[in-house]
Design a protein around this ligand. Structure first.
Ligand SMILES: Cc1ncc(COP(=O)(O)O)c(C=O)c1O
Length: 352
C-alpha cells in the first residue's frame, strides 16, 4: 500500500468540500458574519465574545507548536485530545467496514469514538505479567486491512507505565502504509521522555496527541493538540466544526503559555512527581494495599485487598478516586490522582 497516509482516509472525506466559514481578516470591521456589533455587559475578553472566534487561532497554534517542537502546519488545535480522537475516527474509519486497535486496559475514549462511528474495536490487551507492556506479536496478528488506527497510550491511563520506545518503533514499522499509529501523550510531561513528535518526519503515519488538560492545569478550558504531517492536519481541518475553539479558551491558553505561567507549570510538574514518589512509598507498606504499580503519570494505580472498603474509607475522608474494579486486566484496583500534599496526606490517613 502507498506510504501516503491520506490513502488510508475515507475517500469521501478526502473529496469533501468543507464549510466555508466567514473570512478571517482582523484589519476589517466585521459586517459579514451576522454577529451583534456590541459586546455584552461585563465581557472582558480581548477579542469580544460578540464575535465568532478565529477558526484555528494562529497565535495559539504557533505557541503550541513551539511548546511541542513541531511546525504550525503539523498541529491541529481542538477541544481536548478527545476532539482529536473523534476527528481521526471520523476521517479514517468508514462505518460498518473499518476498525481500530486498542490495547486495554487503556483510555476508554478510543473505543467509544470508534463505536460512535460504527467502526469495529479490536482489543489487544497489555501484558499484565510484563508490567502492562504491549503484546507485539498479537498487535501484528490483529493488523488486518480494515484497521485504520492503532492507539498507543504512553504513559498509559490507567496503568501509569510508559510503553517502551522500542515497542512504539516496532508498531510504527509494522503499521507503515497500513494504519495510522496514534500515540497519546496526555501524561507525557510527567514521565521525562522527550515524546514522539520528533519522529514525525520519519513516520508519515504517526499522529501524536498532547493536551493542556493535565500538566498545564487547563482541563476546564479544553485545549488539545494533534500533531501529524501537514496533509493529515489539513484533512482534519476540513471536518472540525468551524469555530471549535471558544474565545475565552483561546485567551486562557495563550496566557498559560506565557513564560511566567510555564515556569509555574514546570514547578508543579516537579512537585507532582515528588508527591507521586512519596505517596507510592507510603502506600506500599499499608496492610490494606496489595500492590502499587510504578507510575510515570500524575496518578497511581493501586490494588487493594478490599478495594470497596478502601473506597469507602477514602470517601469518608471527603475524597473521590476512580474505581477500576471489574475492569479486565486490573485486579481490585483504584486509580488515585496525585493531589496537593494536604490532600495526599488525607488520603494516606484514610487508608492507614
Ligand atoms: C490518555 C488520555 N488521553 C486523552 C484524554 C483526554 O484529554 P483531554 O482533556 O485533552 O480531552 C485523557 C483524559 O483523561 C486521557 O487520560
Amino acid at each position: 500500500m502507498s506510504a501516503d497516509p491520506l490513502a488510508l482516509a475515507r475517500p469521501d472525506i478526502v473529496a469533501l468540500k468543507p464549510y466555508a466559514h466567514a473570512a478571517w481578516d482582523p484589519r476589517l470591521e466585521r459586517l459579514h458574519a451576522n454577529e451583534s456589533p456590541w459586546r455584552v455587559p461585563g465581557d472582558a475578553s480581548a477579542a469580544g465574545l460578540n464575535r465568532y472566534p478565529e477558526p484555528q487561532p494562529q497565535a495559539l497554534v504557533e505557541a503550541l507548536a513551539a511548546l511541542y517542537g513541531v511546525q504550525p502546519a503539523q498541529l491541529l488545535v481542538g477541544r481536548g485530545s478527545d476532539e482529536g480522537i473523534d476527528l481521526l475516527t471520523r476521517a479514517f474509519c468508514t462505518a460498518g467496514r473499518d476498525a481500530v486497535i486498542v490495547c486495554p486496559p487503556t483510555f476508554g475514549m478510543y473505543a467509544v469514538a470508534a463505536r460512535i462511528q460504527g467502526a469495529a474495536v479490536s482489543s489487544v490487551p497489555l501484558r499484565r505479567d510484563a508490567g502492562y507492556a504491549l503484546d507485539l506479536p498479537a498487535i501484528r496478528a490483529a493488523l488486518v486491512p480494515q484497521v485504520k488506527l492503532v492507539y498507543l497510550c504512553t504513559p498509559n491511563n490507567p496503568t501509569g507505565n510508559e510503553i517502551a520506545e522500542a515497542d512504539v518503533l516496532a508498531v510504527l514499522e509494522a503499521c507503515a502504509g497500513r494504519a495510522l499509529v496514534v500515540v497519546d501523550e496526555a501524561y507525557g510531561e510527567f514521565c521525562g521522555h522527550a515524546g514522539h513528535a520528533r519522529r514525525l518526519a520519519g513516520f508519515p503515519h504517526l499522529v501524536v496527541l498532547r493536551t493542556l488538560s493535565k500538566a498545564h492545569g487547563l482541563a476546564g478550558a479544553r485545549v488539545g493538540s494533534l500533531l501529524a504531517q501537514p496533509a493529515i492536519v489539513a484533512l482534519l481541518r476540513k471536518i472540525i466544526p468551524p469555530y471549535a475553539m471558544a474565545q475565552p479558551t483561546v485567551e486562557a491558553a495563550l496566557q498559560a503559555l506565557q513564560p511566567p505561567a510555564q515556569a509555574v507549570a514546570r514547578e508543579r510538574i516537579v512537585a507532582t512527581i515528588a508527591e507521586r514518589a512519596r505517596l507510592a512509598a507510603a502506600l506500599a507498606p499499608l496492610p490494606a494495599v496489595e500492590r502499587v504499580w510504578p507510575s510515570a503519570a500524575n496518578f497511581l494505580l493501586v490494588e487493594f485487598r478490599d478495594a470497596g472498603a478502601a473506597l469507602r474509607a477514602i470517601m469518608d475522608a471527603g475524597l473521590i478516586v476512580r474505581d477500576f474494579r471489574g475492569t479486565a486486566g486490573l485486579g481490585e484496583a483504584l486509580r488515585l490522582t496525585i493531589g496537593t500534599p494536604e490532600q495526599n496526606d488525607r488520603l494516606l490517613r484514610s487508608l492507614a
